[in-house]
Design a protein. Structure first.
Length: 156
């Protein structure tokens, strides 16, 4: 289920719900996944509460509790404003950015952790990004190599 509480340009619940179902199938995530699109303030509050990081972020994933079994995979929260800024920065639509963030969140629900897995999640995300026809993946664009490349391009 997708709930859009904070409107993102060029998006609809139906379009994002269809994408979620397709990406969930490809990522091998069983069970129900809820996606909520909220504003920066709400996502920052979640980031502060659950990760103890008092700053805005783009996407957070929350795996379900064991008592729900395989019925519920978890929840994904996305900032509409953060997604809009990233879309402009990387030259694609807000709709594409929301899809990138949904995919990233799904991979976390599948058990991947890019902060500790030596690139396993990044490779999986890149493969699924290509299969789903999405622009550059979240992990790929935030890698040190790509960050240095963007800074070099800006200075040229």
């Amino acid at each position: 289920m997708v709930l859009v509480k904070s409107k993102a340009a060029q998006t609809s619940n139906l379009m994002l719900s269809r994408f979620l179902a397709q990406a969930q199938r490809l990522a091998g995530v069983g069970g129900k996944v809820n996606v909520v699109i909220i504003d920066d303030r709400e996502l920052r509050a979640l980031n502060r509460r659950y990760r103890r990081k008092d700053k805005p972020t783009d996407v957070l994933s929350f795996s379900s509790l064991p008592q729900f079994g395989k019925e519920l995979a978890g929840d994904i929260a996305i900032s509409a404003q953060y997604a809009g800024r990233s879309a402009r920065r990387f030259g694609h639509t807000a709709s594409e950015e929301l899809k990138i963030l949904i995919l990233h969140g799904l991979l976390h629900l599948a058990g991947y952790d890019h902060e500790r897995d030596n690139g396993t999640m990044g490779r999986r995300e890149e493969d699924l990004r290509r299969r789903l026809g999405l622009p550059v993946s979240l992990i790929a664009r935030s890698s040190p190599t790509n960050t240095r490349r963007r800074k070099k391009e800006k200075s040229a």
